[in-house]
Design a binder for this molecule. Sequence first.
Ligand code: ADX
Length: 172
Amino acid sequence: LGGNSLCIWFTGLSGAGKTTLAYELDFLLHKEKIPTTVLDGDLIRKGLCKDLGMSVQDRTENIRRTGEVCKLFVESGTTVITSFISPIAKDRQYVRSLFAENEFLEIYVDTPLEICEKRDPKGLYLSARKGEIKNFTGIDSPYEPPSTPEFTLREIRDLNLLVQRIVQFRNT
Ligand code: ADX
């Protein structure tokens, strides 16, 4: 097939669009004959990480475990696309450190809090504002934006350019 397998790491607030983008990218890379899989925080937290909550320490462990799983996928020849808030910069840095420079891509889904909160697809922001959920990212728990992500997506919904650049990146 040519090209190395990648870890493509989406980060951003809840409701930013990470999961939607991850599955769209998965579909488009499949069309390019690149073997891929998606790891989504909501699903990982139902299985592998079901013992973890939303404290900063538990989020760190969630990201650490997920990073190790990503490493296994990449080693076995599958490009892995993740969708986790992953709010803490040093946790994302840890995952990055598991990979070679040409294997890891951080994609910041830079949707402003106001828009995420307006979308509120799961009603969680409303609950957080009412104080029913504690430690909600962006409300009473931190989000540290990436300082040098490989890509930043703001209002982009046309992923074809991103796909082209990922295909190029694979061949570096
Ligand atoms: S992370 O911080 O550890 O990376 P992860 O992406 O796995 O988070 O899970 C985030 C998802 O958990 C959100 O999309 C949301 O559905 C749900 N969730 C539940 N409680 C919280 C909370 N306190 N803060 C953020 N998301 C929460």
